[in-house]
Design a protein around this ligand. Sequence first.
Ligand SMILES: Nc1ncnc2c1ncn2[C@@H]1O[C@H](COP(=O)(O)OP(=O)(O)OP(=O)(O)O)[C@@H](O)[C@H]1O
Ligand SMILES: [Zn+2]
Length: 745
Amino acid sequence: MNPQPLILRVAIEAPLADSFDYLPSLDPPPLPWQPGLRLLVPFGRGERVGVLLALTDHTSHPLDRLKRVVRVLDPEPLFAAADLKLLTWAATYYQQPIGAALFAALPARLRDPEPLTPDTLPGLHATAAGHALALDTLSRAPKQRALLAALQAAPEGMTLAALTAQLGELGGAVRALRTKGLIAETRLAAAVDPSEHQPPATGPTLHAEQQAAVSAIAANLDAFGVFLLDGVTGSGKTEVYIRLIEQVIAQGRQALVIVPEIGLTPQLRARFRTRVSGPIAVLHSALNTRERERNWLRAARGEAHLILGTRSAVLAPIPRLGLIMVDEEHDDSLKQQDGLRYSGRDLAIRRAQLVGCPVVLGSATPALETLRNAQLGRYQWLRLTERAGGAQPPQISLLDIRNQPLRAGLSPVLREHMQAELRAGHQILLFLNRRGYAPVLTCHACGWVGECPHCDARLTLHLSERRLWCHHCGWSCRQPERCPACQDEDVRMLGRGTERLEDELIALFPETRIARLDRDSTRRQGALGRVLDAVHTGETQILLGTQMLAKGHDFPNVTLVGILELDHTLYASDFRAAERTAQLIIQVAGRAGRAEHRGRVVLQTRHPEHPLLQSLLHAGYTGFAEAALRERAEAELPPYSHLALARAEAPDPAQALDFLRQARACGEALAGEIPAEIISGIQLLGPIPAPMERRAGRYRAQLLIQCAERPRLQRFLAHWLRAVRTLPRRNGLRWSLDVDPRDLL
Ligand SMILES: Nc1ncnc2c1ncn2[C@@H]1O[C@H](COP(=O)(O)OP(=O)(O)OP(=O)(O)O)[C@@H](O)[C@H]1O
Ligand SMILES: [Zn+2]
């Protein structure tokens, strides 16, 4: 009798297919075959990295056609069973091959057949001769003397990083001592961040609402549950996270905190560092690849007590996961916009459910779908209605700027408030959500307007660079001195971006220290930190910037926030525009008056009667959200229905629309083939050209799939995609599916 063959089911990053079957390598692996191992396998004409999903004894392919695994890449599996379960679920839900989910979870280097980065850092130690040497013999070479003294005091050795931090640049001292045989190179454990061993600082006494929230969640640490921590800006949500993290760590488990943009809030990271005991693994894209991988491995091996990261951290293996927190859960940057198009928040909820632990969604402006779930009782609704430490809520007022004489886009009333706050020694934030100098460059003689040759979009003038930039595809050209169409010299800039506002403010407030926070001003390494530090030290008096201002900053001395122009978003076409605008206003406003001085927020508008502004002003975000949910219900839009968006793009104008027309026909043709209860209730809307039809030289179209129930939508998509994938595609056509799309652009 033939023994049952061992078949290895492997995920590879390849389009379409779910997984691939292989036979074991002829050389026995260094450890038993087990799911989660990274393997090198033959694929096509080359070799690829794969992840072992399952061991089985059957295959739908002829056995003699199966290839053998080349080798096992790592001495340990990288994913545990629960991790693989989550990733498999994500792949199914977002209608992607499992390989796409696994490779989205892996750090970049490990997608190639590279060995794991060792968890060590380069360092130096003193040799026996070095320990024996009297330091005085080096008195003529002070750097060498200092270096040897440091190493004599550290018998295990020190990392190069620690040595430079202590002694400054080492220069030729290392080579000199090495040549003399006094020191040698070594590798040291990377885990030596001294702050990890410091006892955590104690926090403030919780106020009653914080205490109630902590108790409610802590009472349920052993079971799945979703908690909405609905706390006004400055109410101390982070403090609630910290107390829960302490408890989870004390139980020997790991906590995961997901934030929209960690790079923007070094302060938040620092706060966790001083308050949480033990190793913290930070995961975000601004880290270099090795650092990121090392942190990822520390999460995967269960060493890190806290994992703090942006959306992809939700995919990282965390074997002893005991609690997940999603901060600013309403934020769009929690949604991945290409490849595996997942929602970091939604996956966090699913993950908590699979693991059986609580998940906390925190926000001052919860997403409408989250509020709906809380209303229905699916989420436990915890409220923090007051600011921590006795701070008052900011006072928001609308300022009608019609017929007002504006200078630098500021109305007289706002300018007066600014003068008063500056005199009192306070700080001011000005919010203008448009970077660059001017959004339009036009010829006064012939009406020419600078437009991107590749997009349906205007070019933005960046005056300091003397260039016009397309903010959609990145194309740029030199700022023309004459009109390119008629050669006239009267070329004018219209409108105002942050770069122009900065220039104008300098002229208007000459004695004042002004700084700008946007993508351009923070591009250079370290620039963001410098801008934020200067606000914290009080050096900067007026900080102006884009929505980067809105993200979670805690600037205690800011007492005035001016919101200069949001009118264009009041009439935007996306059905989520109102929700986003309301969230942005409340979040920006929430930067004012976070400590002892009360904050004032002035919102300039030409549409003071607009219902969105009126409801925000009179009923706050809660009132706005109630009205907005009623509108969504009437229009049968999410959360009262569920969406998937098929997007196509191609170099020729008609091609993308054409493809989606065929895709739609595939959907309609399913009517006879699959159960009627799946088809009924599915609506196919479109295809239509995308709101910005041409981008980066490609014409884009979209087809919306809508259904009142999620499971039915899921089943439809699975059937439908099987058909759509067989459609002929002409050269250059690309398409994708976005389940639960955040924007319809
Ligand atoms: N119980 C407390 N007593 C005194 N101060 C507190 C307390 N809890 C938090 N704080 C302080 O209040 C400020 C705001 O807290 P925190 O940043 O946690 O608020 P938040 O709700 O996360 O704010 P946002 O949503 O606006 O980012 C911080 O400076 C924090 O140290
Ligand atoms: Zn462009």
